[in-house]
Design a protein around this ligand. Structure first.
Ligand SMILES: Cc1cc2nc3c(=O)[nH]c(=O)nc-3n(C[C@H](O)[C@H](O)[C@H](O)COP(=O)(O)OP(=O)(O)OC[C@H]3O[C@@H](n4cnc5c(N)ncnc54)[C@H](O)[C@@H]3O)c2cc1C
Length: 359
């Protein structure tokens, strides 16, 4: 129900995607009074439109991530995503969220020899760090055995329901116009709150002028269910630019190919294009999938400047949890827990990794 009058809370959250719902759930479990303001509907944006992959780590492979962040920071970032997996799994179990959650692992395929060398080396190094990783040299394929998949919209709606049962209030159809340090002005009223958390992701720039989050479009399609299982687990290929999996009911989901139209695939227009969709169709033909395509869609991701999300308190006293750079299912639950701890205690041992004001 939309907000219809001024209200007050301990924490006001803007946006009810996986990030906003994760924050609301973490805080409501601790007894905080939370109000979530969503301009459209719960999981209506990227969180309800994604592939449902739950992958450890960032968009880059481990070797590339070590190069960019340093090995120690990369190890800590991977650990956060492993914590995230555990939080997601625990919340789904505790709250009885029906979202086809499965833990069959994920596969990574290289687009060229250079990427294969990195993926292979990544597998060796991650194995040495205790991760369960299998290398198939002949197929040039690595399997990360602990990764998962889910129906993302069902998970997020279930998480919102759980937060609501714990006392959080959700106002859908309530666009926020202004974010202040201790108040949020929305259609229908002002919410006064000691803490404000912005989870508007790709749309943050309309609320916070100096954000570095860039809107980037991702596209997918889904076929009708097919009777045979072609893809036993999610596949992530060509440095994450191509991905596919088969749902529990047999549909083939294919997404990506953004790199074929990099300059066009930016901005907030969530309309699929022929230029990208024809690559997704070609993938189906190449793999002998003849079932009709029943759904085509696009969603808008929020990219950060360095591939890590922004999780923390900004200088203006507003908290932010956003900028997942295509990996929100890997970070949002842990991010929600970090934000909840920052609000309660003022510090968190991993907050330095994701500082929204980092260079
Ligand atoms: C096609 C596609 C495939 C993807 N595949 C994967 C995948 O397999 N695995 C993975 O981990 N990630 C994937 N991602 C990325 C993932 O979807 C995102 O990282 C994640 O959903 C971001 O969650 P969020 O809650 O931050 O943002 P969103 O889900 O975008 O939610 C932000 C919410 O804020 C609301 N909002 C915005 N402005 C306002 C305002 N002014 N007032 C009130 N509300 C507002 C919006 O309506 C929206 O509901 C994919 C993304 C796309 C588009």
């Amino acid at each position: 129900m939309p907000l219809e009058a001024d209200a007050s809370a301990d924490v006001a959250v803007i946006g009810a995607g996986i990030a906003g719902c994760a924050v609301a759930y973490a805080l409501a479990r601790e007894g905080a009074k939370v109000i979530v303001l969503e301009r459209d509907a719960i999981a209506s944006a990227a969180s309800g439109r994604n592939g449902g992959f739950i992958l450890a780590g960032v968009v880059e492979n481990w070797v590339a991530a070590c190069r960019r962040f340093g090995a120690d920071a990369a190890r800590r970032v991977w650990q956060v995503t492993i914590t995230d997996r555990a939080l997601l799994r625990a919340a789904a179990g505790r709250e009885g969220i029906e979202c086809d959650l499965a833990w069959n692992g994920s596969e990574q395929l290289a687009g060229d020899g250079e990427e294969w060398a990195e993926i292979r080396e990544s597998a060796e190094q991650l194995r040495a760090l205790g991760h369960r990783v299998a290398v198939d040299e002949a197929a040039r394929r690595v399997t990360f055995e602990e990764d998962g998949e889910m129906h993302p919209a069902r998970f997020v709606r279930g998480l919102a329901d759980a937060a609501e049962r714990l006392g959080a209030r959700f106002h859908e159809g309530t666009p926020v116009a202004r974010v202040g340090p201790a108040a949020v002005t929305a259609a229908g009223g002002t919410v006064t709150a000691a803490s404000v958390v912005s989870c508007a992701n790709a749309y943050t720039r309309h609320l916070i002028a100096d954000t570095r989050i860039a809107p980037v479009r991702g596209q997918m399609l889904a076929t009708a269910p097919i009777g045979r299982r072609i893809f036993p687990r999610p596949v992530y290929a060509h440095r994450g630019f191509r991905y596919w999996r088969q749902t529990r009911d047999g549909r083939v989901l294919v997404g990506g190919w953004r790199n074929t139209a990099l300059e066009a695939e930016v901005g907030e227009d969530a309309t699929p294009t022929d230029a990208v969709q024809r690559h997704l169709d070609a993938f189906l033909s190449e793999h002998g999938v003849r079932a009709p395509v029943t759904h085509r869609w696009a969603g808008i991701m929020g990219f950060s400047h360095d591939g890590l999300p922004y999780i923390g308190r900004r200088a203006d006293g507003v908290y932010v949890l956003a900028g997942f750079t295509g990996h929100g299912n890997a970070f949002a639950m842990a991010g929600g827990a970090i934000i909840a701890t920052l609000i309660r205690r003022g510090s968190h041992p991993d907050a330095d990794l994701f500082d929204p004001d980092r260079p």
